[in-house]
Design a protein around this ligand. Structure first.
Ligand SMILES: Cc1cc2nc3c(=O)[nH]c(=O)nc-3n(C[C@H](O)[C@H](O)[C@H](O)COP(=O)(O)OP(=O)(O)OC[C@H]3O[C@@H](n4cnc5c(N)ncnc54)[C@H](O)[C@@H]3O)c2cc1C
Length: 371
């Protein structure tokens, strides 16, 4: 086999995961073609809220936590690097996050103590002092000061711009992959079929988000990655309207630096449909007003839906596919693909290049999980 350095890679899907996978690998391989059915970075990675933490981090497995913690430490550096390289600021905004009236507050605090995370119970007086626009009637809060949010549409824009400066990377948009090419008489994957013809590669990487399971069906592989629809609404307020992220009853408000406030999100199993709906709009508005009553008088300036790549326990599939040499997965990040992206893509690059992995790859290994 050729050394990795001389290899040509195809990456299927230009969301945050595909783009960052390409950025990590580009210095180490001969060339990369990233294919996207639509425009790069316009699906889940655009639609998400961009909280750089799982919503309730203590409820996740050690596998998700390991990726989240590595990524959280790395995000400010990633934001700075992308801004320097492209002039597009992904706005990694450290605002902290207040969880209100948690049912499992003791578990949250125990988790924080065990893992040495700066999450602590705070008095409601201090919360109302810090966030005067918060709705009345909340009784308890925990706070983690170092939680950031990233302006994800800008993150994907800056990733795309960074890749466009690299001579050995091509981003081919509006080029849907329809299947895989197998070596004649064998199972090795040697390329992809697209609506515009066949393309050959030494390694094929599947980063097609919610669509990854569907594509693998063409090989008879049953990958449990399914679309989970999420709707969000957007308000525009004064820059200093909301100083921190707030979360209650599964709904959250995220302040961007310029006063845009995102409120999300729904969890719906509607297949690949991503039409925004009136009941979701009404329900999100009601949550927004309960959290931040002043939003009653604010206009909803945006409402959209995206498809999360749902996977068992939200654990992504990262690594080679057994029985199909040349085929790799980095997909299934469910509700946490933005926070998990830096670690997932670094781990993925380590595995593909045969380097010492940043963390134990076993919990994510398709070879183990797909049997
Ligand atoms: C409402 C909502 C809120 C969210 N909030 C957060 C949050 O606060 N924090 C967080 O970390 N995560 C959040 N997420 C989850 C996060 O957005 C996803 O986990 C992440 O974006 C997944 O990235 P991805 O690159 O795998 O998928 P995507 O961004 O969906 O990219 C997949 C790409 O593959 C392309 N593709 C698909 N099929 C094909 C094909 N056959 N051929 C070629 N290209 C193809 C698509 O066009 C798409 O561009 C949220 C998601 C939603 C919907």
């Amino acid at each position: 086999m050729e050394s990795k350095q001389q290899q040509h890679l195809i990456i299927i899907g230009a969301g945050a995961i595909g783009l960052l996978t390409a950025l990590n690998l580009a210095p180490h391989v001969a060339s990369i073609t990233i294919l996207d059915r639509n425009e790069a970075g316009r699906e889940s990675s655009w639609a998400g809220g961009g909280i750089v933490s799982p919503l309730y981090p203590w409820r996740y497995s050690a596998a998700v936590t390991a990726l989240a913690h590595w990524s959280q430490d790395f995000y400010p550096q990633l934001g700075d690097e992308l801004f320097t390289r492209t002039g597009i600021d992904p706005e990694v905004h450290i605002t902290g996050l207040y969880w209100l009236d948690l049912e499992d507050e003791p578990e949250a605090l125990a988790w924080a103590q065990r893992l040495q995370r700066p999450l602590k119970a705070v008095s409601m007086d201090s919360v109302y002092h810090q966030v005067p626009v918060l709705g009345a009637g909340y009784e308890r809060a925990v706070y983690m000061a170092d939680v950031a949010n990233v302006r994800n549409p800008r993150l994907v824009k800056s990733l795309k711009a960074a890749l466009q400066t690299l001579p050995n990377v091509e981003i081919r948009e509006h080029c849907a992959v329809t299947g895989f090419l197998r070596e004649q008489g064998g199972d090795r994957i040697v390329g992809v079929q697209t609506e515009q013809g066949d393309l050959l590669a030494d390694q094929v990487v599947l980063t097609a988000g919610a669509w990854s399971g569907d594509l693998l069906k063409t090989l008879g592989i049953d990958l449990p990655v399914e679309p989970v629809k999420g709707q969000m609404i957007l308000f525009k307020c004064a820059d200093d309207f909301l100083p921190s992220m707030v979360l209650a009853k599964g709904r959250y408000a995220i302040p961007r630096r310029d006063g845009h406030i995102l409120v999300g999100s729904t969890l719906e199993h509607e297949g690949f449909d991503k039409t925004p709906t009136v009941p979701a709009l009404e329900s999100l508005k009601a949550s927004a007003i309960e959290l931040l009553p002043a939003l009653r008088d604010a206009e909803v300036v945006g409402h959209w839906a995206g498809l999360r790549p749902g996977s068992p326990d939200g654990i992504p599939f990262i690594g080679p596919v057994a029985g199909h040499e040349g085929l790799w997965l980095n997909c299934g990040h469910y509700r946490n693909g933005l926070v998990l992206a830096p670690a997932s893509c670094q781990l993925f690059a380590d595995l593909l290049l045969g380097r010492e992995p940043i963390i134990d790859p076993a919990p994510y290994a398709p070879a183990v999980r797909l049997g």
